[in-house]
Design a protein around this ligand. Structure first.
Ligand SMILES: [Fe+2]
Length: 332
């Protein structure tokens, strides 16, 4: 299998934007990440548009091998307006995107899909798990149920808007050292289990094919993994419903456990109100045990987990902010 010479990851949509962060080189333990910020100068330039934050995630991935590059959009944020705005604000043309990968079928990950498809002037492969389209609703602790909150995501509308669906629960090789994870096995006892319903906390349910409502395990959650020569695996996680440790472990196994994990970037799903606080320490310790070079916790990771990763990874920690460009490159 090929390896990328370099990968660039633009933090296109996230819950946070901070214009005061400086450029940064995260290093140590095999981790080498150059971080270019969309900083104070850009935010205050009257000729530029400032990028916006929202409660969603979208990562623009450019993997280069030799003279060729493939560009993949991993998730599409919560709203099309923010996704399209940020693409324009950050000078990233939608026409350069070769594939859209949806980590799973939650609105904060697919929300911008139709505006994105409208802004790309040709059919675009959309790779996801077939369970992403199962009808979902939330049952609140009070017993009140929502409507089907993922009703906007349906196969007919995606295809009718120019998407070309590739539905698979298996890993998919996209070339340039990039693979989707396929379904992620739930092997740790503390991750990937549904949160209990309590006051103010939703328990999520989904319809299975036989029409029965069952607890939503978010079986559709997939990661994106890029193998960078001399560096190791760059693991992108959308919301981390499968668990950050399960995701890192599975990503490693896709490469026969022979490649180090350079970094894990994305949602770690430790910010949910009913997630036990001890899960944060357990997760941090397990990722250190796996010798993950750096963790860049975004979106649903939660402030307590972000703080714990900051302490545990020190100089190797990178604070996420919309607009930042991360570059992981081989020795050349
Ligand atoms: Fe999410």
């Amino acid at each position: 299998m090929f390896q990328a010479d370099q990968v660039e990851i633009r933090l296109l949509v996230d819950n946070w934007v901070d214009m005061l962060l400086p450029d940064h080189h995260a290093h140590g333990h095999g981790c080498e990440i150059d971080v270019e910020r969309w900083g104070l100068v850009e935010h205050f330039d009257p000729k530029l548009l400032p990028p916006q934050a929202e409660n969603g995630i979208s990562l623009l991935v450019r993997a280069t091998r030799g003279r060729t590059t493939t560009t993949i959009l991993f998730d599409a944020g919560l709203t099309g307006s923010v996704l399209v705005h940020n693409l324009a604000a950050l000078g990233e043309p939608p026409s350069a995107i070769d594939h859209l990968v949806l980590s799973h079928g939650h609105p904060d990950h697919y929300g911008g899909i139709y505006d994105l498809l409208a802004s790309v002037d040709r059919p675009l492969p959309v790779i996801t798990h077939e369970d992403a389209f199962l009808p979902r609703f939330a049952m609140m602790g009070s017993g009140r149920a929502s409507g089907f909150y993922n009703a906007r995501l349906n196969q007919g509308d995606v295809e009718g808007s120019g998407g070309r669906l590739v539905l698979t629960r298996e890993p998919l090789d996209l070339g340039w050292g990039v693979r989707t994870s396929g379904e992620i096995p739930r092997s740790t006892p503390y991750e990937g289990t549904p949160e209990p319903s309590g006051p103010g906390a939703p328990g999520l349910y989904q319809v299975q094919r036989d029409g029965h409502f069952v607890v939503d395990q978010v079986t559709d959650e997939q990661a994106l993994v890029i193998d960078v020569r001399d560096r190791g695996l760059v693991v992108l996680t959308g919301c981390g419903h499968a668990g950050a440790v399960n995701t890192a472990t599975w990503a490693s196994s896709l490469f026969d456990g022979k490649r180090p994990i350079a970094c894990l970037i994305g949602g770690c799903h430790l910010g949910f109100p009913t997630t036990p606080t001890e899960n944060i320490d357990t997760t941090v310790a397990a990722l250190q045990e796996l010798e993950v070079g750096s963790v860049i916790p975004m979106h649903c990771s939660g402030l307590a987990a972000v703080s714990a990763f900051r302490v545990a990874f020190g100089e190797r920690f990178v604070q996420p902010s919309v607009g930042s460009l991360l570059r992981i490159a081989s020795d050349g």
